[in-house]
Design a protein around this ligand. Structure first.
Ligand code: KG4
Ligand code: ZN
Length: 393
């Protein structure tokens, strides 16, 4: 099955084409085309994602990215096409809020043949709703123009499946179904959740943040330290520097809810504690800043591990997956690798390839393949974006 995947839930516009092949006990995925545009430069001056700008950038980027992906996959055949008037009217209505996209799409479609693709997978939530809508409407329009089924994908399922993928070569992956129960820790800019899976593709949430997401806490602390957006990688880098150079903070930060008898998290108190600590300290040397970043990074990793450890024990997990943007953190990966091996040697730990930790369309294509295999197609007429879409349907 050949899948075109589209991701626009936040500040990354991504399009991929994947070829999925079912094997005896696994599925292999070959990446035929892949294009991604990050909007970091656009949002940097605001210190965070500015939804209206994200929406416009997605609308401007999607057609060029689609063209690049098809070209890379050698699926682009130029030839003049007629778009029936009725179809033009329907699609114009569908894309009234995305005029840049509409013009570019008509121009592109009228010049190329329908590619040899079987389905379109698109993220329909959770995320920034105006951003999600651009991808959803683009997928709906393409579905009508090329007569292809649409598979709506939950962004968080994409993150979870991306950690179960094994890289088998240059642009090829394999997914073996993990042993269940599987516990998944999703840590991103918008989410911090622990979910349990007893049966492939079904999820039960057993823990979540009561306030800020981990990535959000990283980004806010970065801003307090005067580091650029997105702050997570910057704080991680500074913390790593403090570890190699031996800078340690004399003040400890709280580990919120670490001993609470639940799998829930809270990060806003930790963020506020950093704020008060910085206020109390006044001018800081680079070494002191790095030491605070390290202490924050350690506090986060400890809390994440403790809650996950609780979840693994509670459900008797045979597999553990961590995924989402924050799973790029070397410190978090290291803490989990060491501690899981020591505390739960019988549990297999899955972490995503570094290239798949942030938002991307590869993971959306993978999730789309499994959902398509189940026949979970969406309707072009009624498919909508849902910023608060939950994994536990
Ligand atoms: O999954 P993602 O790309 O987007 C969302 O779905 O939210 O996650 C982005 C988040 C941002 O908050 C970013 O600062 C954080 O992941 N992040 C990191 C690292 N790389 C990205 N946080 C800590 N350490 C990193 N190395
Ligand atoms: Zn994400």
């Amino acid at each position: 099955m050949r899948i075109l995947a589209i991701e626009t839930s936040c500040d990354e516009t991504a399009v991929s084409i994947l070829e999925a092949d079912e094997r005896d006990t696994s599925v292999s995925f070959r990446l035929l085309g892949n294009a991604l545009l990050s909007q970091i430069d656009i949002h940097k001056e605001y210190g965070g994602v500015f939804p209206a700008l994200a929406k416009r950038a997605h609308a401007e980027n999607l057609v060029p990215l689609l063209a690049a992906t098809l070209e890379e996959a050698e699926l682009l055949r130029e030839s003049a096409q007629d778009i029936p008037e009725e179809l033009q009217t329907t699609i114009s209505e569908m894309l009234t809020r995305e005029p840049e996209l509409r013009e570019a799409l008509f121009a592109f479609i009228s010049e190329c043949e329908r590619p040899n693709i079987d389905a379109i997978a698109v993220t329909h939530g959770p995320g920034l709703e105006p951003a999600l809508w651009v991808g959803v409407n683009f997928a709906r329009a393409l579905s009508l123009l090329w007569d292809l089924p649409i598979v709506p994908v939950n962004h968080l399922e994409g993150h979870i499946l991306s950690s179960l993928l094994t890289e088998t070569g240059d642009r090829s992956y394999e997914l073996h179904t993990p042993a269940f129960p599987l516990v998944s820790l999703v840590i991103s800019g918008g989410h911090t959740e622990i979910v349990v899976t007893h049966e492939f593709l079904s999820y039960e949430r057993i823990g979540e943040t009561r306030d800020d997401a981990v990535g959000e806490a990283f980004d806010k602390v970065a801003r307090m330290l005067g580091l650029p957006y997105p702050g997570g990688p910057e704080v991680s880098r500074l913390a790593a520097l403090a570890r190699t150079e031996g800078h340690k903070s004399p003040d400890t930060l709280p580990r919120p809810m670490i001993d609470a008898p639940t799998c829930d998290f809270s990060f806003s108190g930790l963020k506020t504690a950093v704020m008060y600590l910085l206020k109390a300290k006044g001018e800081l040397t680079e070494a002191q800043k790095a030491a605070i970043a390290r202490e924050f990074d350690d506090a986060v990793a400890e809390v994440l591990y403790k809650k996950t450890d609780r979840a693994v024990r509670e459900v008797g997990a045979r597999s553990l997956a961590i995924g989402g943007g924050v799973s790029a953190s070397d410190n978090i990966r290291e803490v989990f690798r060491k501690k899981i091996a020591a505390d739960h040697p019988e549990t297999t730990l899955y972490v995503p390839a570094k290239t798949l930790t942030g938002d991307n369309a590869v993971m959306i294509g993978v999730a789309g393949y499994y959902r398509a295999r189940e026949g979970a197609f969406g309707s072009v007429e009624t498919l909508s974006a849902n910023g608060n879409l939950s994994l536990t349907r």
